[in-house]
Design a protein around this ligand. Structure first.
Ligand SMILES: Cc1cc2nc3c(=O)[nH]c(=O)nc-3n(C[C@H](O)[C@H](O)[C@H](O)COP(=O)(O)OP(=O)(O)OC[C@H]3O[C@@H](n4cnc5c(N)ncnc54)[C@H](O)[C@@H]3O)c2cc1C
Length: 540
Protein backbone atom coordinates (compact mmCIF):
# COMPACT_ATOMS: atom_id res chain seq x y z
CA UNK A 1 0.00 0.00 0.00
CA UNK A 2 1.34 3.36 -1.02
CA UNK A 3 2.03 6.14 1.49
CA UNK A 4 0.39 9.37 0.32
CA UNK A 5 1.17 12.97 1.28
CA UNK A 6 0.97 16.48 -0.07
CA UNK A 7 4.72 16.95 -0.14
CA UNK A 8 7.44 14.35 -0.36
CA UNK A 9 10.77 15.86 0.63
CA UNK A 10 13.87 13.85 -0.23
CA UNK A 11 16.56 14.95 2.22
CA UNK A 12 16.74 16.49 5.67
CA UNK A 13 19.42 19.17 5.28
CA UNK A 14 18.87 22.91 5.44
CA UNK A 15 16.88 23.01 2.18
CA UNK A 16 14.48 20.14 2.89
CA UNK A 17 13.88 21.20 6.50
CA UNK A 18 13.33 24.85 5.56
CA UNK A 19 10.74 23.77 3.04
CA UNK A 20 9.06 21.35 5.43
CA UNK A 21 8.83 23.88 8.24
CA UNK A 22 6.98 26.31 6.01
CA UNK A 23 4.84 23.74 4.18
CA UNK A 24 3.68 22.10 7.42
CA UNK A 25 1.26 24.97 7.92
CA UNK A 26 -0.76 24.02 4.83
CA UNK A 27 0.02 20.40 3.96
CA UNK A 28 1.13 16.96 5.07
CA UNK A 29 4.85 16.48 4.62
CA UNK A 30 6.84 13.26 4.50
CA UNK A 31 10.61 13.66 4.69
CA UNK A 32 12.66 10.65 3.67
CA UNK A 33 16.29 10.71 4.64
CA UNK A 34 18.97 8.22 3.81
CA UNK A 35 20.55 7.82 7.23
CA UNK A 36 19.85 9.60 10.52
CA UNK A 37 17.87 12.83 10.25
CA UNK A 38 20.81 15.10 11.04
CA UNK A 39 23.33 13.47 8.69
CA UNK A 40 23.83 15.87 5.80
CA UNK A 41 26.30 18.34 4.34
CA UNK A 42 24.47 20.97 6.34
CA UNK A 43 25.62 19.44 9.60
CA UNK A 44 29.28 19.90 8.68
CA UNK A 45 29.12 23.52 7.48
CA UNK A 46 31.61 25.47 9.51
CA UNK A 47 31.95 29.01 8.21
CA UNK A 48 28.40 30.31 8.24
CA UNK A 49 25.68 32.07 6.30
CA UNK A 50 26.25 35.20 4.23
CA UNK A 51 23.78 38.03 4.90
CA UNK A 52 24.02 41.80 4.68
CA UNK A 53 23.65 42.92 8.29
CA UNK A 54 26.81 44.86 8.99
CA UNK A 55 27.71 48.54 9.05
CA UNK A 56 29.04 49.70 5.71
CA UNK A 57 27.83 46.57 3.90
CA UNK A 58 25.14 46.67 1.22
CA UNK A 59 23.00 44.38 -0.91
CA UNK A 60 24.85 45.73 -3.94
CA UNK A 61 28.20 44.68 -2.47
CA UNK A 62 27.02 41.14 -1.64
CA UNK A 63 25.51 40.85 -5.12
CA UNK A 64 28.70 42.14 -6.73
CA UNK A 65 30.88 39.68 -4.79
CA UNK A 66 28.59 36.80 -5.78
CA UNK A 67 28.64 37.84 -9.44
CA UNK A 68 32.43 38.23 -9.48
CA UNK A 69 32.90 34.73 -8.03
CA UNK A 70 30.35 33.34 -10.50
CA UNK A 71 32.54 34.38 -13.45
CA UNK A 72 29.81 35.63 -15.74
CA UNK A 73 27.32 32.77 -15.30
CA UNK A 74 25.23 33.82 -12.30
CA UNK A 75 21.59 34.51 -13.02
CA UNK A 76 21.31 38.05 -11.70
CA UNK A 77 17.74 37.68 -10.53
CA UNK A 78 18.60 34.57 -8.48
CA UNK A 79 21.49 36.48 -6.91
CA UNK A 80 19.31 39.47 -6.09
CA UNK A 81 16.62 37.29 -4.54
CA UNK A 82 19.06 35.39 -2.34
CA UNK A 83 20.94 38.47 -1.19
CA UNK A 84 17.81 40.49 -0.42
CA UNK A 85 15.96 37.66 1.31
CA UNK A 86 18.99 36.68 3.43
CA UNK A 87 18.36 38.95 6.45
CA UNK A 88 14.79 37.66 6.81
CA UNK A 89 15.97 34.02 6.63
CA UNK A 90 18.50 34.71 9.40
CA UNK A 91 15.73 36.33 11.44
CA UNK A 92 13.59 33.23 10.90
CA UNK A 93 16.38 30.97 12.16
CA UNK A 94 16.77 33.12 15.25
CA UNK A 95 13.02 33.04 15.83
CA UNK A 96 13.08 29.25 15.93
CA UNK A 97 15.98 29.31 18.37
CA UNK A 98 19.20 29.15 16.34
CA UNK A 99 22.00 30.61 18.43
CA UNK A 100 24.53 32.60 16.47
CA UNK A 101 27.65 34.23 17.91
CA UNK A 102 27.11 37.72 19.22
CA UNK A 103 29.42 40.68 18.75
CA UNK A 104 31.53 41.69 21.67
CA UNK A 105 32.42 45.03 20.15
CA UNK A 106 30.40 47.93 18.78
CA UNK A 107 30.17 47.49 15.01
CA UNK A 108 29.11 51.04 14.15
CA UNK A 109 26.00 53.20 14.16
CA UNK A 110 24.49 51.69 10.99
CA UNK A 111 24.72 48.12 12.14
CA UNK A 112 21.22 46.74 11.62
CA UNK A 113 21.68 43.93 14.10
CA UNK A 114 24.32 44.91 16.62
CA UNK A 115 23.94 41.59 18.39
CA UNK A 116 25.51 39.43 15.71
CA UNK A 117 29.21 38.88 15.22
CA UNK A 118 29.97 38.88 11.50
CA UNK A 119 32.98 37.16 9.98
CA UNK A 120 34.91 37.97 6.84
CA UNK A 121 35.57 35.19 4.32
CA UNK A 122 37.52 34.92 1.08
CA UNK A 123 35.73 36.59 -1.86
CA UNK A 124 33.52 38.75 0.41
CA UNK A 125 34.22 42.49 0.48
CA UNK A 126 32.63 42.99 3.91
CA UNK A 127 32.08 41.19 7.18
CA UNK A 128 28.77 39.42 6.57
CA UNK A 129 29.09 35.81 7.69
CA UNK A 130 26.64 34.94 10.43
CA UNK A 131 28.05 32.01 12.35
CA UNK A 132 27.77 29.79 15.34
CA UNK A 133 31.35 29.37 16.41
CA UNK A 134 32.92 27.25 13.65
CA UNK A 135 30.04 24.75 13.71
CA UNK A 136 27.29 26.81 12.11
CA UNK A 137 25.70 24.00 10.13
CA UNK A 138 25.24 21.84 13.19
CA UNK A 139 23.38 24.67 14.95
CA UNK A 140 21.20 25.41 11.90
CA UNK A 141 20.35 21.71 11.53
CA UNK A 142 19.58 21.43 15.26
CA UNK A 143 17.31 24.45 15.30
CA UNK A 144 15.41 23.35 12.19
CA UNK A 145 14.99 19.78 13.44
CA UNK A 146 13.79 20.97 16.85
CA UNK A 147 11.20 23.16 15.15
CA UNK A 148 10.12 20.37 12.79
CA UNK A 149 9.62 17.85 15.57
CA UNK A 150 6.95 20.17 16.97
CA UNK A 151 5.04 20.10 13.66
CA UNK A 152 2.33 17.43 13.73
CA UNK A 153 1.97 17.43 9.94
CA UNK A 154 5.59 16.44 9.29
CA UNK A 155 6.71 12.82 9.35
CA UNK A 156 10.40 11.96 9.07
CA UNK A 157 11.38 8.54 7.78
CA UNK A 158 15.03 7.86 8.62
CA UNK A 159 17.07 5.16 6.89
CA UNK A 160 14.81 5.59 3.86
CA UNK A 161 16.57 6.15 0.56
CA UNK A 162 14.76 7.38 -2.54
CA UNK A 163 15.55 5.00 -5.39
CA UNK A 164 13.81 6.59 -8.36
CA UNK A 165 11.11 9.11 -9.11
CA UNK A 166 7.69 7.85 -10.09
CA UNK A 167 7.01 9.20 -13.58
CA UNK A 168 3.43 8.65 -14.69
CA UNK A 169 4.66 8.56 -18.29
CA UNK A 170 6.27 5.21 -17.51
CA UNK A 171 2.79 3.82 -16.96
CA UNK A 172 1.09 5.42 -19.94
CA UNK A 173 0.28 8.75 -18.24
CA UNK A 174 1.62 12.28 -18.73
CA UNK A 175 5.20 13.47 -18.07
CA UNK A 176 4.44 14.16 -14.42
CA UNK A 177 6.31 13.19 -11.28
CA UNK A 178 3.93 11.64 -8.75
CA UNK A 179 6.34 10.67 -5.95
CA UNK A 180 9.17 8.22 -5.50
CA UNK A 181 10.05 4.61 -4.86
CA UNK A 182 11.92 4.55 -1.58
CA UNK A 183 14.12 1.84 -0.09
CA UNK A 184 13.32 1.18 3.56
CA UNK A 185 16.86 0.17 4.48
CA UNK A 186 15.95 -1.58 7.76
CA UNK A 187 13.13 -3.63 6.27
CA UNK A 188 15.01 -4.19 2.98
CA UNK A 189 11.95 -3.37 0.92
CA UNK A 190 11.00 -0.66 -1.54
CA UNK A 191 7.91 1.38 -0.64
CA UNK A 192 5.82 3.60 -2.89
CA UNK A 193 5.27 7.20 -1.78
CA UNK A 194 2.81 9.30 -3.76
CA UNK A 195 2.74 13.07 -3.40
CA UNK A 196 1.27 16.24 -4.87
CA UNK A 197 4.77 17.63 -5.19
CA UNK A 198 8.12 15.90 -4.82
CA UNK A 199 11.08 17.95 -3.63
CA UNK A 200 14.63 16.91 -4.28
CA UNK A 201 16.60 18.28 -1.34
CA UNK A 202 19.22 15.59 -1.49
CA UNK A 203 22.34 17.76 -1.40
CA UNK A 204 25.67 17.43 -3.17
CA UNK A 205 27.78 14.71 -4.73
CA UNK A 206 31.25 15.02 -3.23
CA UNK A 207 31.57 11.24 -2.98
CA UNK A 208 32.05 11.13 -6.73
CA UNK A 209 35.66 12.15 -6.00
CA UNK A 210 38.29 10.25 -4.02
CA UNK A 211 38.94 13.15 -1.67
CA UNK A 212 35.99 15.15 -0.47
CA UNK A 213 34.87 17.26 2.45
CA UNK A 214 31.38 15.78 2.14
CA UNK A 215 29.91 13.03 4.34
CA UNK A 216 29.01 9.62 2.90
CA UNK A 217 25.41 10.61 2.08
CA UNK A 218 26.56 13.05 -0.62
CA UNK A 219 26.24 10.83 -3.68
CA UNK A 220 24.27 13.10 -6.00
CA UNK A 221 21.12 10.96 -5.79
CA UNK A 222 18.75 13.83 -6.61
CA UNK A 223 20.62 14.85 -9.74
CA UNK A 224 20.86 11.23 -10.89
CA UNK A 225 17.17 10.51 -10.25
CA UNK A 226 16.09 13.70 -12.01
CA UNK A 227 18.34 12.93 -14.98
CA UNK A 228 16.96 9.42 -15.30
CA UNK A 229 13.43 10.86 -15.14
CA UNK A 230 14.23 13.25 -18.03
CA UNK A 231 14.71 16.58 -16.21
CA UNK A 232 17.19 19.19 -17.40
CA UNK A 233 20.43 19.31 -15.45
CA UNK A 234 22.70 22.36 -15.64
CA UNK A 235 26.40 23.22 -15.28
CA UNK A 236 27.69 19.99 -13.77
CA UNK A 237 31.24 20.78 -14.92
CA UNK A 238 31.54 23.34 -12.11
CA UNK A 239 32.59 21.28 -9.12
CA UNK A 240 34.12 23.33 -6.37
CA UNK A 241 37.18 21.96 -4.62
CA UNK A 242 37.76 23.26 -1.15
CA UNK A 243 41.39 24.30 -1.02
CA UNK A 244 42.05 23.16 2.51
CA UNK A 245 41.10 19.77 3.91
CA UNK A 246 43.17 18.31 6.73
CA UNK A 247 45.80 16.02 5.21
CA UNK A 248 45.95 13.01 7.48
CA UNK A 249 45.50 9.33 6.67
CA UNK A 250 42.75 8.91 9.26
CA UNK A 251 40.92 12.22 8.79
CA UNK A 252 39.25 11.48 5.48
CA UNK A 253 36.88 14.43 5.35
CA UNK A 254 37.83 17.14 7.78
CA UNK A 255 37.63 20.62 6.33
CA UNK A 256 39.71 23.55 7.50
CA UNK A 257 37.43 26.56 7.08
CA UNK A 258 38.31 29.49 4.85
CA UNK A 259 37.62 31.65 7.86
CA UNK A 260 41.18 30.83 8.95
CA UNK A 261 42.53 32.62 5.89
CA UNK A 262 39.95 35.35 6.50
CA UNK A 263 41.56 35.85 9.89
CA UNK A 264 45.12 35.91 8.56
CA UNK A 265 46.28 32.29 8.15
CA UNK A 266 48.92 31.90 5.44
CA UNK A 267 49.43 29.07 2.93
CA UNK A 268 53.02 27.91 2.74
CA UNK A 269 55.08 25.34 0.91
CA UNK A 270 56.58 22.60 3.05
CA UNK A 271 59.77 24.69 3.48
CA UNK A 272 57.68 27.55 4.91
CA UNK A 273 57.64 29.82 1.83
CA UNK A 274 54.29 31.61 1.34
CA UNK A 275 53.09 31.22 -2.25
CA UNK A 276 49.63 32.70 -2.81
CA UNK A 277 50.91 36.16 -3.82
CA UNK A 278 52.63 34.46 -6.80
CA UNK A 279 49.23 33.34 -8.05
CA UNK A 280 46.86 36.19 -7.29
CA UNK A 281 47.13 39.78 -6.07
CA UNK A 282 44.60 38.99 -3.32
CA UNK A 283 47.02 36.44 -1.91
CA UNK A 284 45.51 34.13 0.69
CA UNK A 285 42.13 35.85 0.37
CA UNK A 286 41.69 34.96 -3.32
CA UNK A 287 38.50 33.03 -4.21
CA UNK A 288 38.67 29.34 -3.45
CA UNK A 289 39.00 28.09 -7.05
CA UNK A 290 42.14 30.16 -7.50
CA UNK A 291 43.50 28.98 -4.17
CA UNK A 292 42.70 25.32 -4.95
CA UNK A 293 44.38 25.60 -8.35
CA UNK A 294 47.41 27.32 -6.82
CA UNK A 295 47.79 24.51 -4.26
CA UNK A 296 47.35 21.90 -7.01
CA UNK A 297 50.02 23.73 -9.04
CA UNK A 298 52.46 23.97 -6.11
CA UNK A 299 51.96 20.32 -5.16
CA UNK A 300 52.56 19.18 -8.74
CA UNK A 301 55.55 21.51 -9.12
CA UNK A 302 57.30 20.43 -5.92
CA UNK A 303 56.07 16.83 -5.85
CA UNK A 304 54.70 17.39 -2.34
CA UNK A 305 51.54 15.55 -1.33
CA UNK A 306 50.21 18.51 0.69
CA UNK A 307 50.92 22.12 1.66
CA UNK A 308 50.72 23.98 4.98
CA UNK A 309 48.22 26.42 6.41
CA UNK A 310 49.74 28.53 9.15
CA UNK A 311 47.85 30.49 11.82
CA UNK A 312 50.57 30.30 14.47
CA UNK A 313 51.10 34.08 14.27
CA UNK A 314 47.89 34.57 16.29
CA UNK A 315 47.67 34.24 20.06
CA UNK A 316 46.90 30.61 21.06
CA UNK A 317 44.01 31.62 23.33
CA UNK A 318 42.37 33.59 20.54
CA UNK A 319 42.77 30.73 18.05
CA UNK A 320 41.26 28.24 20.50
CA UNK A 321 38.28 30.53 21.21
CA UNK A 322 37.74 31.49 17.58
CA UNK A 323 38.10 28.00 16.06
CA UNK A 324 37.24 25.54 18.83
CA UNK A 325 35.94 22.83 16.47
CA UNK A 326 38.94 22.94 14.14
CA UNK A 327 41.36 23.25 17.06
CA UNK A 328 40.05 20.17 18.85
CA UNK A 329 39.59 18.06 15.71
CA UNK A 330 43.15 18.78 14.53
CA UNK A 331 44.47 18.07 18.01
CA UNK A 332 42.78 14.67 17.85
CA UNK A 333 45.11 13.94 14.92
CA UNK A 334 48.15 15.31 16.71
CA UNK A 335 48.21 18.78 15.12
CA UNK A 336 48.18 21.72 17.56
CA UNK A 337 47.17 24.54 15.23
CA UNK A 338 48.27 27.20 17.71
CA UNK A 339 51.85 25.92 17.57
CA UNK A 340 52.35 24.28 14.17
CA UNK A 341 51.10 24.74 10.60
CA UNK A 342 48.26 22.47 9.48
CA UNK A 343 48.96 19.99 6.63
CA UNK A 344 46.22 20.51 4.00
CA UNK A 345 45.12 19.30 0.54
CA UNK A 346 42.21 20.38 -1.71
CA UNK A 347 39.09 18.17 -1.77
CA UNK A 348 35.79 18.06 -3.68
CA UNK A 349 33.41 20.28 -1.79
CA UNK A 350 30.42 21.75 -3.55
CA UNK A 351 28.36 20.95 -6.63
CA UNK A 352 27.54 24.25 -8.35
CA UNK A 353 25.50 22.50 -11.00
CA UNK A 354 22.31 20.58 -10.38
CA UNK A 355 18.74 20.02 -11.41
CA UNK A 356 17.74 23.12 -13.39
CA UNK A 357 15.03 25.13 -11.64
CA UNK A 358 13.21 28.41 -11.91
CA UNK A 359 13.29 30.98 -9.12
CA UNK A 360 10.86 29.00 -6.97
CA UNK A 361 12.48 25.58 -7.33
CA UNK A 362 10.34 24.17 -10.16
CA UNK A 363 12.24 21.75 -12.40
CA UNK A 364 11.41 21.06 -16.04
CA UNK A 365 9.20 18.12 -14.94
CA UNK A 366 5.75 19.00 -13.58
CA UNK A 367 5.36 17.87 -9.98
CA UNK A 368 9.13 17.79 -9.40
CA UNK A 369 10.96 20.51 -7.50
CA UNK A 370 14.59 20.86 -6.49
CA UNK A 371 16.11 22.97 -3.73
CA UNK A 372 19.49 23.43 -2.07
CA UNK A 373 22.70 21.93 -3.36
CA UNK A 374 20.83 19.44 -5.58
CA UNK A 375 19.38 22.35 -7.57
CA UNK A 376 20.78 24.75 -10.11
CA UNK A 377 18.99 28.03 -9.49
CA UNK A 378 21.62 30.22 -11.17
CA UNK A 379 22.88 31.70 -7.90
CA UNK A 380 26.42 30.37 -8.04
CA UNK A 381 27.24 30.58 -11.74
CA UNK A 382 30.64 29.09 -12.51
CA UNK A 383 31.84 29.30 -8.92
CA UNK A 384 30.13 29.54 -5.55
CA UNK A 385 30.97 32.36 -3.20
CA UNK A 386 31.73 30.99 0.27
CA UNK A 387 28.75 30.84 2.67
CA UNK A 388 26.16 31.43 -0.03
CA UNK A 389 24.95 27.82 -0.07
CA UNK A 390 23.29 27.42 3.32
CA UNK A 391 21.64 30.67 2.31
CA UNK A 392 20.46 29.23 -1.00
CA UNK A 393 18.87 26.27 0.82
CA UNK A 394 17.10 28.58 3.25
CA UNK A 395 15.85 30.97 0.58
CA UNK A 396 14.70 28.47 -2.01
CA UNK A 397 13.27 26.04 0.54
CA UNK A 398 11.11 28.91 1.71
CA UNK A 399 10.25 30.12 -1.79
CA UNK A 400 9.25 26.65 -3.00
CA UNK A 401 6.87 26.32 -0.06
CA UNK A 402 5.30 29.71 -0.78
CA UNK A 403 4.89 28.78 -4.45
CA UNK A 404 3.15 25.52 -3.51
CA UNK A 405 0.86 27.05 -0.93
CA UNK A 406 -2.05 27.60 -3.25
CA UNK A 407 -1.53 24.60 -5.51
CA UNK A 408 -4.73 22.56 -5.89
CA UNK A 409 -5.26 19.68 -3.46
CA UNK A 410 -5.27 16.16 -4.88
CA UNK A 411 -8.59 14.39 -4.77
CA UNK A 412 -7.52 11.05 -6.18
CA UNK A 413 -4.18 9.31 -6.44
CA UNK A 414 -2.88 7.74 -9.64
CA UNK A 415 -2.72 3.97 -10.02
CA UNK A 416 0.96 3.15 -9.76
CA UNK A 417 2.35 -0.36 -9.58
CA UNK A 418 4.47 -1.34 -6.60
CA UNK A 419 8.20 -1.73 -7.03
CA UNK A 420 8.85 -4.80 -9.14
CA UNK A 421 11.71 -6.98 -7.90
CA UNK A 422 11.43 -9.08 -11.06
CA UNK A 423 13.97 -11.88 -11.17
CA UNK A 424 16.38 -10.16 -8.79
CA UNK A 425 18.22 -12.33 -6.29
CA UNK A 426 20.58 -11.83 -3.36
CA UNK A 427 23.94 -10.40 -4.39
CA UNK A 428 26.75 -12.96 -4.35
CA UNK A 429 29.52 -10.69 -5.58
CA UNK A 430 29.37 -7.55 -3.47
CA UNK A 431 33.03 -6.99 -4.29
CA UNK A 432 31.88 -5.69 -7.70
CA UNK A 433 30.34 -2.74 -5.88
CA UNK A 434 33.39 -1.87 -3.80
CA UNK A 435 35.74 -2.32 -6.75
CA UNK A 436 33.67 -0.08 -9.05
CA UNK A 437 33.10 2.45 -6.30
CA UNK A 438 36.88 2.82 -5.73
CA UNK A 439 37.73 2.85 -9.41
CA UNK A 440 35.17 5.50 -10.24
CA UNK A 441 36.18 7.89 -7.47
CA UNK A 442 39.88 7.51 -8.22
CA UNK A 443 39.46 8.05 -11.93
CA UNK A 444 37.35 11.15 -11.29
CA UNK A 445 40.09 12.46 -9.00
CA UNK A 446 42.90 11.75 -11.47
CA UNK A 447 41.20 12.60 -14.77
CA UNK A 448 38.42 15.05 -13.91
CA UNK A 449 39.95 17.02 -11.02
CA UNK A 450 41.00 20.62 -10.55
CA UNK A 451 42.98 20.96 -13.81
CA UNK A 452 41.46 19.14 -16.80
CA UNK A 453 42.34 18.22 -20.38
CA UNK A 454 40.27 16.89 -23.28
CA UNK A 455 42.42 13.77 -23.43
CA UNK A 456 41.90 12.90 -19.78
CA UNK A 457 38.18 13.69 -19.96
CA UNK A 458 37.74 11.47 -23.02
CA UNK A 459 39.56 8.67 -21.26
CA UNK A 460 37.34 9.16 -18.20
CA UNK A 461 34.19 9.09 -20.36
CA UNK A 462 35.16 5.72 -21.82
CA UNK A 463 35.93 4.21 -18.41
CA UNK A 464 32.71 5.54 -16.87
CA UNK A 465 30.62 4.09 -19.72
CA UNK A 466 32.17 0.67 -19.09
CA UNK A 467 31.60 0.88 -15.36
CA UNK A 468 28.00 1.92 -15.96
CA UNK A 469 27.41 -1.14 -18.10
CA UNK A 470 28.57 -3.37 -15.26
CA UNK A 471 26.57 -1.43 -12.68
CA UNK A 472 23.35 -1.60 -14.69
CA UNK A 473 23.77 -5.31 -15.20
CA UNK A 474 24.29 -5.78 -11.48
CA UNK A 475 21.34 -3.49 -10.72
CA UNK A 476 18.90 -5.68 -12.67
CA UNK A 477 20.22 -8.98 -11.35
CA UNK A 478 20.21 -8.33 -7.61
CA UNK A 479 18.04 -6.82 -4.89
CA UNK A 480 18.77 -3.13 -4.47
CA UNK A 481 20.95 -2.04 -1.55
CA UNK A 482 22.02 1.44 -0.48
CA UNK A 483 25.61 0.83 -1.67
CA UNK A 484 24.48 -0.31 -5.08
CA UNK A 485 22.05 2.59 -5.51
CA UNK A 486 24.72 5.08 -4.47
CA UNK A 487 27.20 3.58 -6.87
CA UNK A 488 24.67 3.82 -9.70
CA UNK A 489 24.09 7.48 -8.78
CA UNK A 490 27.73 8.56 -8.52
CA UNK A 491 28.38 6.89 -11.87
CA UNK A 492 25.55 8.95 -13.36
CA UNK A 493 26.88 12.15 -11.80
CA UNK A 494 30.40 11.33 -12.99
CA UNK A 495 29.04 10.86 -16.51
CA UNK A 496 27.30 14.24 -16.32
CA UNK A 497 30.37 16.08 -15.00
CA UNK A 498 32.52 14.66 -17.78
CA UNK A 499 29.90 15.26 -20.47
CA UNK A 500 29.46 18.90 -19.43
CA UNK A 501 33.21 19.49 -19.03
CA UNK A 502 33.90 18.06 -22.49
CA UNK A 503 31.21 20.25 -24.06
CA UNK A 504 32.52 23.48 -22.46
CA UNK A 505 35.38 24.52 -24.70
CA UNK A 506 36.74 27.26 -22.47
CA UNK A 507 38.08 27.77 -18.97
CA UNK A 508 35.75 29.62 -16.66
CA UNK A 509 35.30 29.66 -12.91
CA UNK A 510 35.78 26.14 -11.61
CA UNK A 511 36.19 24.51 -15.02
CA UNK A 512 39.86 24.83 -15.94
CA UNK A 513 41.17 22.94 -18.96
CA UNK A 514 44.67 23.17 -20.40
CA UNK A 515 43.25 22.75 -23.92
CA UNK A 516 41.11 25.90 -23.70
CA UNK A 517 42.82 28.03 -21.04
CA UNK A 518 40.99 31.25 -21.93
CA UNK A 519 37.45 32.35 -21.07
CA UNK A 520 35.38 32.78 -24.22
CA UNK A 521 32.79 35.61 -23.83
CA UNK A 522 30.44 33.93 -26.31
CA UNK A 523 30.30 30.86 -24.04
CA UNK A 524 28.84 32.78 -21.11
CA UNK A 525 25.84 30.44 -21.11
CA UNK A 526 24.68 27.50 -19.02
CA UNK A 527 25.53 23.95 -20.01
CA UNK A 528 22.33 21.95 -20.18
CA UNK A 529 22.31 18.15 -20.08
CA UNK A 530 19.28 15.93 -20.52
CA UNK A 531 18.85 12.22 -21.05
CA UNK A 532 19.06 11.44 -24.75
CA UNK A 533 20.42 14.89 -25.66
CA UNK A 534 24.13 15.78 -25.76
CA UNK A 535 25.09 18.51 -23.28
CA UNK A 536 25.07 21.90 -24.96
CA UNK A 537 25.37 25.60 -24.09
CA UNK A 538 22.11 27.48 -23.80
CA UNK A 539 20.76 30.66 -22.26
CA UNK A 540 18.42 29.50 -19.51
C1 LIG B 1 32.48 20.42 5.44
C2 LIG B 1 31.54 21.39 4.80
C3 LIG B 1 31.56 22.73 5.17
C4 LIG B 1 30.68 23.65 4.59
N1 LIG B 1 30.67 24.94 5.03
C5 LIG B 1 29.72 25.79 4.54
C6 LIG B 1 29.56 27.09 5.07
O1 LIG B 1 30.26 27.50 5.98
N2 LIG B 1 28.59 27.89 4.55
C7 LIG B 1 27.78 27.48 3.54
O2 LIG B 1 26.92 28.25 3.10
N3 LIG B 1 27.90 26.24 3.04
C8 LIG B 1 28.83 25.38 3.51
N4 LIG B 1 28.92 24.13 3.01
C9 LIG B 1 27.99 23.71 1.97
C10 LIG B 1 26.63 23.48 2.61
O3 LIG B 1 26.79 22.80 3.83
C11 LIG B 1 25.75 22.66 1.70
O4 LIG B 1 25.77 23.16 0.41
C12 LIG B 1 24.31 22.69 2.21
O5 LIG B 1 24.28 22.31 3.56
C13 LIG B 1 23.44 21.79 1.37
O6 LIG B 1 22.20 21.69 2.00
P1 LIG B 1 21.09 20.73 1.37
O7 LIG B 1 19.93 20.81 2.28
O8 LIG B 1 20.91 21.09 -0.05
O9 LIG B 1 21.77 19.30 1.39
P2 LIG B 1 22.35 18.44 2.61
O10 LIG B 1 22.54 19.24 3.81
O11 LIG B 1 23.52 17.69 2.11
O12 LIG B 1 21.17 17.41 2.88
C14 LIG B 1 20.89 16.40 1.95
C15 LIG B 1 20.00 15.40 2.61
O13 LIG B 1 19.50 14.50 1.64
C16 LIG B 1 19.62 13.18 2.11
N5 LIG B 1 19.63 12.30 0.94
C17 LIG B 1 20.51 12.29 -0.08
N6 LIG B 1 20.14 11.39 -0.99
C18 LIG B 1 19.00 10.82 -0.54
C19 LIG B 1 18.15 9.81 -1.03
N7 LIG B 1 18.38 9.16 -2.18
N8 LIG B 1 17.06 9.46 -0.29
C20 LIG B 1 16.81 10.08 0.89
N9 LIG B 1 17.59 11.04 1.40
C21 LIG B 1 18.67 11.40 0.68
C22 LIG B 1 20.87 13.20 2.93
O14 LIG B 1 20.92 12.10 3.80
C23 LIG B 1 20.67 14.54 3.65
O15 LIG B 1 19.77 14.39 4.71
C24 LIG B 1 29.79 23.21 3.58
C25 LIG B 1 29.80 21.87 3.21
C26 LIG B 1 30.64 20.96 3.81
C27 LIG B 1 30.59 19.52 3.39
Amino acid sequence: MAITCDFLVIGSGVAGLSFALEAASFGDVVIVTKRSRDESNTRYAQGGIAAVLGAGDSFEAHMRDTLVAGAGLCHERAVEICVKEAPERIAMLRRIGARFDRAEREQGPHHEDPELDLHLEGGHSARRIVHSSDMTGREVERALLDAIVAEPRVRILEEHMAVDLIMLSKFGGPEVCAGAYVLDVGEEKVVTILSRATLLASGGAGKVYLYTTNPDVATGDGVAMAYRAGAEIANMEFYQFHPTCLYHPQAKTFLISEALRGEGAVLRQLDGTPFMKNHDARGDLAPRDIVARAIDFEMKRTGADHVLLDITDKKPGWVRARFPGIYSECLRYGVDITAQPIPVVPAAHYCCGGVATDLDGRTTIPGLWAIGEAAHTGLHGANRLASNSLLEGLVFGHRAALALKDAPKKKTWPEVPDWDVGEAGSPDEAVVITQNWDELRRLMWNYVGIVRSTKRLTRAARRIALLQEEIVEYYWRYFVTRDLLELRNIACVAQLIVECALARKESRGLNFTIDYPETDPKDARDMVAKRGVTAHLRVR
